[in-house]
Design a protein around this ligand. Structure first.
Ligand SMILES: [Zn+2]
Length: 453
C-alpha cells in the first residue's frame, strides 16, 4: 500500500504525468522567485540527486549526465506547503487514500501537506502517526500528520502530546470535531508552550452554528435554509484569542471566513497575542450567492460568506493579517454528493485548483508572486516550525514549477484526487502548476512534458 510500492507513480503516469527519481536535472532559463532571499532573477539551476548544486548561468559541457527542462518563461518557487488537507485514510479510503492525496497535492504544486486528524482511527497517538509516516515515506510530497489535541472520547482528555511530539508532530488540532471546552484548551495552550508548539483550531461556537447550512443573511432568508450566523465563527475565535492572551500560548486559527474574526485577530495582535491564521481559496473567490444553485459543491463549513466578508478577507491578505492560505481539501464520494443540499457533508476539494484560483483573484496572469509565495510556501512552514524551502546552492531541491501563461479549464474528471466536489468546475484559470521537484523526485504535468529532454 505504501508509496514505495510505486502505486503513486503509476497513478500519475496513468494520467500522463512524467515521474522520475534520482535524476540530475538542469532547469534552464527559469525565473526564480524566493521572497525569503529577496530573489527574483532569471537563471539556470542544476540539481544533482535531489540537491541544488549551482544557480546562475551554467556551462552545459561540464555537467554530469542529466535531463533538461526548458523553463524559459516559466517560474520556479519554494515548494508549496498546505496546512490543512483531509485525506480519508485510514478509515475513509473511499474519499481519498494517502496515495491519491499525495498525487493530487503534487499535481497542484504542493511539496508538503499537513493532514488533519479526523480519520478513523483518529490521529491521537504516536502509533498512528508512525503508521502514516511509514506509509508516506519516500513519497514526492512530504506528508505531515496533524495530531489531535484531545483524545477520541468526547474531547475531555489531552492526547499524549509529549509522545506525539517525539514522533515528529509539530501541529495539533481538533479539526473536524466539536471544539473542546475552554478549560481543556487552556491546558493545551499551556502545555504546548513546553515545546513552543502551536495549537491550530477551527473557530466555531457549536450552539450558534447548530444545524445552519447557509450564511445568515438575505440569501439564507431567500432560500429558506437554516441560517449559520457569522457570530458562530467570531464567538469561537474570541474565546480562543482570550485563552491565547491569558496563557501566552501560540494559536493558529483555521479557515477564517468573516469580517468580525479578522477584526478580532487584529485586536488581539495589537495586544501581543501570538496568533496566526489562514483562509482558503473558496472564501476568497466565492460568496453565499453561489448557494442559490443548491449545488452541493458549494457546501462548506463555515458556509460561504457575504461579498463584504470576501472583500474583507482579500484586504486582510493584502495587509498581512492573514498569514497563509490552506486548501482545506475535503474529498467526498460521488454518492455523498448525490443527496439534498442540506445533507451533503461539508467541504470541497482544493489541492489541484488553489494556485489557479488564487492567481485569478490576485491579479490574473500577473499576480504578486512574492505575496502568493509567502502565503503558500513560506509562512505555512514558519507557523508549523518546519525547515525552510530555500532556493540556494547546497539546499535540497524543494520546488514548485509554475507556468504563468497556461490558461486552463477546471475539469473535475481529470483530478488526481478521488474527490470531484469542486466549486470551480468549468472555471477558466490563468496560471497552472507544472509539477514539483522534491525529495529526489521530478513530477511533471502532461502539458509540460515536451519541455523535458
Ligand atoms: Zn478542514
Amino acid at each position: 500500500m505504501s508509496w514505495r510500492s510505486k502505486k503513486g507513480a503509476d497513478l500519475l503516469r496513468g494520467h500522463d504525468w512524467a515521474v522520475q527519481r534520482n535524476q540530475n536535472i538542469l532547469l534552464s532559463g527559469a525565473r526564480i522567485i524566493d521572497p525569503a532571499l529577496g530573489l527574483d532573477q532569471t537563471a539556470d539551476i542544476f540539481i544533482e540527486r535531489g540537491k541544488i548544486i549551482q544557480i546562475g548561468e551554467i556551462e552545459r559541457d561540464e555537467l554530469k549526465e542529466h535531463v533538461t527542462i526548458d523553463m524559459r518563461g516559466k517560474i520556479i518557487v519554494p515548494g508549496f506547503q498546505d496546512m490543512h488537507a483531509h485525506f480519508g485514510q485510514p478509515g475513509r479510503e473511499d474519499r481519498e487514500t494517502l496515495t491519491t492525496g499525495i498525487c493530487a497535492a503534487a499535481a497542484g504544486g504542493y511539496t508538503g501537506v499537513a493532514i488533519t486528524p479526523d480519520t478513523d482511527p483518529y490521529i491521537d497517538n504516536a502509533g498512528i502517526v508512525k503508521w502514516i509516516q511509514d506509509q508516506t515515506s519516500g513519497s514526492p510530497v512530504f506528508v505531515q500528520p496533524v495530531a489531535a489535541v484531545t483524545r477520541d472520547d468526547e474531547g475531555r482528555r489531552l492526547t499524549d502530546i509529549d509522545d506525539i511530539y517525539h514522533a515528529g508532530v509539530r501541529v495539533f488540532s481538533d479539526t473536524g470535531r466539536p471544539a473542546a471546552s475552554p478549560e481543556i484548551m487552556r491546558r493545551a495552550l499551556d502545555y504546548m508552550k513546553l515545546h513552543a508548539l502551536t495549537i491550530s483550531s477551527r473557530t466555531q461556537e457549536a450552539s450558534l452554528a447548530a444545524g445552519g447550512i447557509v450564511r445568515e443573511g438575505p440569501v439564507s432568508t431567500r432560500l429558506g435554509q437554516k441560517p449559520w450566523p457569522s457570530i458562530a465563527e467570531s464567538m469561537g475565535a474570541a474565546k480562543l484569542l482570550l485563552l491565547a492572551m491569558y496563557t501566552g500560548g501560540k494559536l493558529h486559527l483555521e479557515a477564517i471566513s468573516s469580517t468580525e474574526t479578522i477584526d478580532l485577530i487584529r485586536w488581539a495582535r495589537e495586544r501581543g497575542v501570538k496568533v496566526t491564521c489562514d483562509t482558503t481559496p473558496h472564501y476568497l473567490a466565492l460568496t453565499d450567492e453561489a448557494c442559490e444553485t443548491f449545488d452541493g459543491n458549494y457546501k462548506t463549513s463555515p458556509p460561504l460568506g457575504s461579498e463584504s466578508d470576501r472583500e474583507a478577507l482579500i484586504a486582510a491578505v493584502a495587509d498581512g493579517t492573514i498569514d497563509a492560505i490552506a486548501s482545506d481539501h475535503m474529498p467526498l464520494t460521488g454518492e455523498e454528493c448525490l443527496v439534498e443540499y442540506s445533507t451533503v457533508p461539508d467541504g470541497v476539494v482544493g489541492l489541484e485548483t488553489s494556485l489557479g484560483v488564487l492567481a485569478k483573484e490576485f491579479g490574473g496572469d500577473k499576480p504578486d508572486w512574492n505575496q502568493l509565495i509567502k502565503l503558500l510556501s513560506i509562512q505555512p512552514r514558519e507557523i508549523m516550525e518546519m525547515p525552510k524551502a530555500t532556493i540556494k546552492a547546497g539546499a535540497y531541491a524543494d520546488l514548485t514549477m509554475i507556468d504563468p501563461d497556461a490558461v486552463w479549464m477546471v475539469d473535475a474528471k481529470r483530478f488526481l484526487s478521488k474527490g470531484r466536489n469542486t466549486p470551480f468546475g468549468g472555471w477558466q484559470l490563468p496560471v497552472k502548476s507544472m509539477g514539483i521537484i522534491n525529495r529526489g523526485w521530478l513530477v511533471l504535468a502532461p502539458d509540460a512534458r515536451m519541455l523535458l529532454k
